[in-house]
Design a binder for this molecule. Sequence first.
Ligand code: TA6
Length: 285
Amino acid sequence: MSQHAIEGFTGRRGLPALRLRDSSGAQADIYLNGGHVTSWVNPAGEEMLFVSDSSRWQQGQPIRGGIPLVFPQFGPGPLPQHGFARTSQWKVVDDSREAGVRLRLESSSETLADWPHRFAAEVLVGLSGESLDVCLEITNEDESPFTFQAALHTYFRVADISRVSLEGLRGVTFVDSLRERAREVEQRQQVRFDRETDRVYVRAPDLLTLRDHAGHRAVTIRKENMPDVVVWNPWIGKSRRMEDFGDDEFTGMVCVETGAVENTVTLQPGETYEGRTVLTSVVAP
Ligand code: TA6
C-alpha cells in the first residue's frame, strides 16, 4: 500500500469522519458512525460509490450507500436488520504503522443485551492507487464459541443500471430472496439488471468484474475469506418504499456485497476472523 495522509473532519450533519488520501490522489471518507466508508474517489477524481441524496446522516442510523458494515447478522432476524455494526459508534485505533484507517468496535452493555457474546471488531481501510482495500476482523473475546454473519454491503455508483453487467458468476448457485429463497444456478456469464434483484451467490469466485458500460468504467472485486456475494438492486417498487432512497436512484447504483452470509462463521474463544475485499477501478472501453 502507498503512503497515506489521514485527517479528521466534521462530515454531514456534524458527524465525525476521517479522510484518507494517498500519493496517487485517491481519497476515501470513513464515518465513525457505523465505521462506514461513504466515499472512494479514484486517482482520476471519479466517485466510485453511491450514496443516496435522501440518506439520513444521523448518529445511530445507517447511512444509505457507501460500504455499510453488516455484522453479526445479515438481513432480518432477532437483531435489527443487518445487525448493530452499521449503527454503532466506532473508535479510531491510532496505529501509525498501519497503511490506512483502522477503526474498532467492542461489545458493550448495549450489544450484549441484544447479542450475548463478547467480541472485538476492527475495520482497516487502505488506498493504493486505483484500489480501495477493506479488511474486517472479528475476534471472539468470550469464553464460548459464537457464530455470526458479516458482509461489506457495497453500493457502487453506475451511470445507467440498464447498461451494467456483473461478470464471473456463471455456474454459481444463488439463493433468490425474492422467490422464498429458491435456489438456482446462474447460467449467465454477464448478470444484467432489468428488475428488482436480491440474491445471495453461494461460494462465489474470489474475482468478479462489475462493468458500467455507460460510464466507460469497470471495477474488479477481489475477495479473501468472504465466500458469498449478494447482488441487489431495489428497482422501482422497493425504491418507492424506502424513505431514505430516491424513487429513481435505482438507475444509478448496484450493490455487490462480499461476505459470509449463507456460509456463517463460527469462532472459538480467542480466534479471529479476517475477511478482505479489494476494489480496483479500471478504465473500460
Ligand atoms: O443486501 C440486500 C438487502 O438485504 C436487501 O434485501 C435490502 O433490504 C438491502 O439489503 C438494504 O437493506 P437496508 O436494511 O439497508 O434497507
